[in-house]
Design a binder for this molecule. Structure first.
Ligand code: IMP
Length: 196
């Protein structure tokens, strides 16, 4: 089948993620979960990014005959023993980007080491086959917010080898480096290898 006819349904309705996935998996038709299920929002009860991604992928596969792709991602700060980790989106009581970043900066106040990484686990289910891949981007957390683009912890994260935060970069520049790209490139290689 020509590549452009290939459909993958993604277990997210997050426009940022959909755009990033469409950019990277160009040639595939990427459809959001909402085209198949109303209010798709399974409970993320896993203990790791990959467990949560698998929960989302399996939940969506029940409704869809096409290949499905799910991701789970977050930030790990080494001097905080991996916090916020799988709790990245619900780190603060409010759970907003603003409050989550506030809490992170407070927790880091007395720490010398602010090195961190973004992690992404992607799970693709094609028929009976489950393909699971992780991607990382390493960097550090700064103590003031800089930049307006992106989401989540982008305004306080500077990737290694750069002077700008993710929120100061053009989205296309961030997408070249991101943890989602790293995981997706590995998924893409599998898709090509198996001629999905
Ligand atoms: P989830 O993968 O949708 O569960 O997202 C987890 C959370 O991790 C998001 O709400 C953000 O707080 C954070 N996160 C994941 N990826 C990024 C990113 O690329 N930039 C900034 N924050 C991110």
């Amino acid at each position: 089948m020509p590549l452009e006819n290939r459909i993958i349904v993604v277990a997210t309705n997050n426009e940022h993620k959909l755009k990033e996935i469409r950019d990277i998996l160009e040639g595939f038709k990427i459809l959001p979960a909402r085209e198949f299920v109303e209010d798709f929002n399974p409970d993320e009860t896993g203990d790791s990014f990959c467990e949560n991604a698998l929960i989302k992928a399996r939940a969506l596969k029940k409704y869809v005959n096409y290949p499905v792709l799910a991701d789970d991602s977050g930030l790990e700060v080494f001097s905080l023993n991996g916090e916020p980790g799988i709790y990245s989106s619900r780190y603060s009581a409010e759970g907003t980007d603003q409050a989550n970043v506030e809490k992170l900066l407070n927790r880091l106040k007395d720490k010398e080491d602010s090195s961190a990484r973004f992690v992404c686990c992607m799970v693709l289910i094609v028929g009976e086959r489950i393909i699971q891949k992780e991607g990382y981007v390493y960097g550090r957390i700064i103590d003031v917010r800089k930049g307006k683009s992106g989401f989540g912890y982008d305004p306080v994260f500077i990737p290694d080898g750069f002077e700008l935060t993710f929120a100061e970069m053009e989205p296309s520049e961030k997408n070249k480096l991101s943890h989602r790209r790293m995981a997706l490139e590995k998924i893409k290689a599998e898709l090509e290898a198996f001629n999905v």
